[in-house]
Each structure stands twice: as structure tokens, then as C-alpha cells.
Write a protein that binds this ligand. Structure first.
Ligand code: SF4
Length: 476
């Protein structure tokens, strides 16, 4: 185990090195711009979760600081980076199919640089596939290398060779990477990376490494400057935000959340993803104390069967899960829950599935993000026998979604004739509608007759009708 001062020295010299690489890359980019008599463009496409979205904003910030400009279309790009996801087979196949489509762009523009980044490429078997099937990909880099884009581009540009960087996924979080945010009112803030839970179906601990929390002061300063520059929604991100700080025994997630909620300004704080075993009373008290903290709690259950939860290594029982839900509902009566559910986990019987339906009924989720089990290479669940037929998988998924739809129609109906505070996050569309979300993470489509610019403002909307996907109303 490296001692802290060695690690800090390593990071400091790494950051210094990246500055030197950046200088060399800027020179090369400037020469290319001169020669081509036009800007050089970068195009970044993100696959997967919000944390990948946040990472892509750092990749874009870094590329722009090296002299690239943001491309609107992939066809105009001189540098294409796909930030990939490995959470399910589907996400990986999608990234490969998109990479396949780049072949003709490369033939048209041999100078085009193509990079694959992120979770999918932090797996040896996928790197082998890229080496053999996508020889025109210039570089591959893992999740924990955001700060090393200058070095990678320098190497590829100066030496005109393909590079495969598999990272030391436990490398500490490096701060100070330029960031170019997608939105000017809503911001992602990753507070930690990695996960120590090793759920048997999940590839995250293998591709994002162990939990590493960012420094609390740095996070609070980042939130403060965003709020002062007009941001209205801050979403704190982590694979398991509730265990923030436990790797450093410093500030708990509840304390961090309170420090941000105590900042001046009219804004909303959201966070994801929570693990049921780490929801503390301290956290529940902080959420109850501050209206700025969303009245929505994303709490993945994955299965309603204790036997399946044991096989998933989720480290809680349905009783313990329901106790957490009860505690939250008692302390924050208007709180709503969303969840993740894996359908057809190996060995899940009809009875196990019925227990999942029961718990959905008990909690009354506002949204269910449900997926059919996708075996991930190298995870324990990959080796588990799975005799569930395609027909059973489809039938269970259809039943889960149908029951959820029935419930959500009733839940959304209960919002009618109420006034909701909504963050307007769009401008008026061609049909005259605006969109935004409530503190309970409900999507609202609404009208506003006036001419004020309400984009990025909290507005009051009278809910006049509802459906299964959103609420409808008019601003008052
Ligand atoms: S808590 Fe489990 S499912 Fe979530 S990222 Fe960690 S290992 Fe994966």
C-alpha cells in the first residue's frame, strides 16, 4: 500500500507532466489549424450513466483547453471520443456498432483521431476485441484517466501510433481538470468514484475501482461557484453516495450535503445513487431539515426476494429496506421513491418475482428503472446457472411495467389541482410548451402566457391534468 505522501507526490508530478504534454499538444493543434486554415473540432458521445456524462464534460473541457472547438456533428470532427459503459451487454454492443460506423469517416479523413474511453474499455477482453476488430481506433483509456488526455493526445499525435491505456483504477481522484458543462442551469458534481460493494451481477467495482472520495472543501467550493454563477440544480453523483468519505474517515455524506444545503441562494440539490445499507439517520435528518434537498430518493431494491438479494450480495433484507423507507417517509412525508430492478436474475423463481411485485406495491415507486439480467464477464453472477426462458423474462418485465403503470397513473392524478414549484429547464418550444421538474423529480409540461424569460427559473405551476409519464399544467 503506497503511503499518502508518495501518492500525493505522484499526483503532483503527474499534474505537472500533464501541463508539459498540454503545451506540446497545443503547439501541434495550432500548427494543424494553421495548415488547414480552419478550427479543429472535437466530438464526444457518452454512453451510460450520469457519472459518465460528468466525466465527458471533463474530457470536453480538457480538449477545448488544448485548442479544439466543440463539433456540432460527428461528421465535422477531427477528434472523436466515445465514453463507454459496461453495465449491460446492450450498452457495449451499441458502442461497438457506433465505432464500426466511424470506419468510413476515417477513410474520408485519415487525420481523424478516434478514442474509446470509460468502463467498457477497462476490461482486457474488450481491449483485445478493439485491437483486432477496430484497427482504426487510435487510443483507448480507462475511467480513471480523465486528467491524462493531454499525455494521450501528445503520444498519439507525435508518434502517430495506437495506444491502449488500462488504468490503475484505484488511482486517487485528480482535481483541476477543465470542465465544459452541457447545461448552464443544471450541473453534475461527482463526489466520489468507484464502489466497494461487489454486488455479484455488477461490473462497476472492476472497471471503476474501489471507492475514492473527492475532498469535501473542493466539492463545496465547486457547488458554491456554480450557484454564484447562476446554476439552479446541483446533482451529486457517486455509485454509492451514502458511503462518501468512508475511505478517508473525514466528512460523511450527510455533513457534505448539509454544507451545500447551507449555501446561500435559491437552488435544488439532487443526489444519486444511494445504497439501502448505508442510509443513516444523520442523512435523513439533514434531508428533513433543508427544503433545498430534493423530495425524491433513488433507492435501488433490485429484487423483493431475500434469497435473491443474498445471491446478489446486496447486504440488506427486504425488511431492512422497508424500515429505511418508513423512516424516510416518517421524517419527510412528501418524499417519493424511485428504484432499480433486475428481472430474471439467475435462479429467480415466479415466487421470487411475486415478492418483487409485492414490494413495489408496498413502496409505491414513482419510477422503476428495470432491466433483464445481463451477465457481465468476470462477475460471480456470470457463472450462475440461469434457466429462466426468454418468454418468462418478457412476461415478468411486462407484468412489472403494467402494474407500475397502473400505480403511477393514480399517483400522478393526486397531483392534479395542486400548485408545484418547478425548475423550468427549457425555453418555449415550437408548440408553446415549457418543461421542468418538481422537487419530487416529476416531469411537468406547462404553458406560460407571459413574455418574461423563465428559463432557469423556479416557477409555480397549477397542475391541471396528468398521464403516466408526466404532469400537465399552467404557470400561475
Ligand atoms: S452498489 Fe452494487 S450495483 Fe451499485 S455500483 Fe456498487 S457493486 Fe454495482
Amino acid at each position: 500500500m503506497k503511503n499518502t505522501s508518495n501518492v500525493l507526490n505522484e499526483i503532483t508530478s503527474d499534474i505537472e507532466n500533464q501541463k508539459k504534454y498540454a503545451k506540446r499538444v497545443r503547439k501541434i493543434i495550432a500548427e494543424k489549424i494553421d495548415r488547414k486554415k480552419r478550427p479543429l473540432y472535437v466530438f464526444i458521445q457518452t454512453f451510460g450513466c450520469q457519472q459518465n456524462e460528468a466525466d465527458s464534460e471533463r474530457l470536453l473541457g480538457s480538449a477545448l483547453s488544448l485548442g479544439y472547438e466543440k463539433a456540432d456533428f460527428i461528421e465535422n470532427a477531427d477528434l472523436v471520443i466515445f465514453n463507454t459503459c459496461a453495465v449491460r451487454e446492450h450498452a457495449e454492443l451499441k458502442a461497438f456498432s457506433k465505432t464500426g460506423q466511424l470506419k468510413h469517416l476515417k477513410e474520408k479523413n485519415p487525420d481523424l483521431l478516434i478514442g474509446l474511453w470509460g468502463c467498457m474499455v477497462n476490461q482486457e477482453h474488450r481491449i483485445d476485441e478493439i485491437k483486432h476488430n477496430y484497427p482504426y481506433v487510435n487510443f483507448v483509456a480507462g475511467t480513471n484517466m480523465l486528467h491524462r488526455l493531454p499525455e494521450i493526445l501528445c503520444d498519439v499525435l507525435e508518434n502517430n501510433r495506437r495506444r491502449y491505456y488500462v488504468d490503475d483504477s484505484d488511482y486517487p481522484v485528480v482535481e483541476g481538470i477543465p470542465v465544459k458543462r452541457e447545461s448552464d442551469i443544471k450541473a453534475w458534481i461527482s463526489i466520489m468514484y468507484g464502489c466497494n460493494n461487489y454486488c455479484t451481477y455488477c461490473v462497476v467495482p472492476y472497471v471503476r475501482g474501489r471507492e475514492r472520495s473527492r475532498n469535501a472543501d473542493v466539492i463545496v467550493d465547486e457547488a458554491k461557484s456554480l450557484i454564484e454563477s447562476g446554476y439552479k440544480e446541483i446533482t451529486l453523483l457517486g455509485q454509492n453516495v451514502n458511503s462518501y468519505g468512508s475511505d478517508k474517515n473525514e466528512v460523511s455524506f450527510a455533513k457534505l450535503l448539509e454544507r451545500i444545503a447551507a449555501l446561500d441562494g435559491d437552488f435544488i440539490i439532487r443526489f444519486m445513487t444511494s445504497h439501502p445499507k448505508d442510509v443513516s439517520d444523520e442523512l435523513i435528518d439533514v434531508i428533513a431539515k433543508y427544503d433545498k434537498i430534493e423530495r425524491h430518493f433513488h433507492l435501488p431494491i433490485q429484487s423483493g426476494s431475500d434469497e435473491i438479494l443474498r445471491k446478489m450480495n446486496r447486504k440488506y433484507t427486504t425488511d431492512a429496506y422497508l424500515k429505511v423507507v418508513e423512516k424516510l417517509k416518517k421524517a419527510i412525508p412528501d418524499i417519493v421513491f424511485t428504484t432499480d430492478i433486475i428481472v430474471a436474475f439467475p435462479g429467480a423463481t415466479d415466487e421470487d418475482f411475486n415478492q418483487t411485485l409485492d414490494i413495489c406495491e408496498k413502496v409505491g415507486y414513482d419510477s422503476i428503472y428495470s432491466f433483464v439480467f445481463s451477465p457481465r464477464k468476470g462477475t460471480p453472477a456470470e457463472k450462475m446457472e440461469n434457466n429462466i426462458t426468454e418468454a418468462q423474462k418478457n412476461e415478468r418485465m411486462a407484468k412489472l411495467l403494467a402494474e407500475h403503470r397502473e400505480r403511477i397513473v393514480k399517483i400522478n392524478k393526486s397531483y392534479e389541482n395542486t400548485v408545484q414549484k418547478v425548475l423550468c429547464d427549457t425555453r418555449r418550444n415550437e408548440s408553446g410548451f415549457y418543461f421542468g421538474k418538481t422537487s419530487t423529480f416529476k416531469l411537468v409540461k406547462f404553458t406560460y402566457e407571459g413574455n418574461n424569460n423563465i428559463y432557469g427559473k423556479f416557477v409555480n405551476v397549477l397542475i391541471t391534468s396528468s398521464g403516466d409519464a408526466m404532469l400537465y399544467g399552467k404557470m400561475i
